[in-house]
Design a protein around this ligand. Sequence first.
Ligand code: DGY
Length: 327
Amino acid sequence: MPYSVFVTRHLTQEAEEKLDGFCQAEYWPEDTPPSYDVLLEKTPTVDGLVCLLTDRIDENLINQAKNLKVISQVAVGVDNIDLEAAAQAGIPVGHTPDLLTDATADLAIALIMAAARRLSEAITYTAEGRWKTWELTTLLGADVHGATLGILGMGRIGQAVAQRGLGFNMDIMYYNRSRVPEAETELGAEYVTLTELLQQADIVSLHVPLNDATRGMIGRDELALMKPNAILVNTARGEVVDTEALVNALNSGQIGYAALDVTDPEPLPPDHELYQLPNAIITPHIGSATRTARNNISLLAVENLIAGLEGRPLPAAAVQPDQDNHD
Ligand code: DGY
C-alpha cells in the first residue's frame, strides 16, 4: 500500500476497516495519548496523521514532518493544532463538524438539568441511605422551564442548545463575535452584550471555540456579574473558564452551580477542589460520546485523511491550502 499513516488512538472498528483498506496504518495502542516525543518520532516518517484533541501538533512538529500530506483531527475543535503552521507548510487539516452537534447539545441540556435539579446530590442522598421520608424542603433546585438561557457562542452547537431550550419555554439570549441572524429569526434569540448576558441569564452555556480571544473569557470579573443562583455550563473547552476564579465563585456563593464537561487542566486531577464542591458536577469530556456520533466522526476523519493523501480537497477542512501552492 502506497501510504503510511500514524493514528494516535484506536478508532471505531468501522473506521479502522475503512482506513486499513486504503493505507498502512499504525495505531497507538494505549488508552492514553502518545507523548510529544512519540509524535515527534512518528510524524516525520508518515504521509498522514490522524490525531485527537489531546495531541499537541505544534509548529515544531509540523516543520519536521517533511512527508506529511494531511492532518486529520477526530474532533471539531482544533485548538491543539497550529493551523497557521500547517497552512504555511501547505498541509491541509481536517476536522469533524456537524456530526457531533446534536450529541454535544444533548449533553449540555443533560448538564443543565442535572445542575438545576441537583441530580448528583440527589443520587448520592438515596445511595447513602439518607432518604427517610418525603421531604418538603430537601434538595430544592431551580426551574429549568421558563428560565433565561444565555448562549455564549452561537455556532452550530450553541444553536442546537438554544433550539432545545425552546422546548423548555426558555427565553434565549446570546452573545457572539458577530450577530447570527438565523438564530434571531428562527430561535427568537436576543443578541445582547456579554455583560448583559452574564447579568441576566439564569443559565450560561458556553459554546465558543478556544482561541486567543476566548481563553480565560470567563474569569473573576465575569463571574461577579452573574446571578447568585446562576448555573454555568461548559461543554466547549476548559480554558475558556478561569478555574481558580470559578472555584472561588462557587465557594463563596457568587454563582449557584457549575456543570463542566471540560476543565482546565484536563483531565482534572482526582484531588482537585472542584470535586469537593457540592455545587459542581464534572463529566470527562463526553460531549460527543454517543456510539453514533463517535463512529460518524471517526469515519469522517478517515475520509478527510484519504482525500488529503490523494491530493483532493478535504470534505471538512479546518485548513485547506491552495492546491497550486502545495508541493
Ligand atoms: C470536539 O469535537 O471538539 C469535542 O470537544 C470532542 O467531542
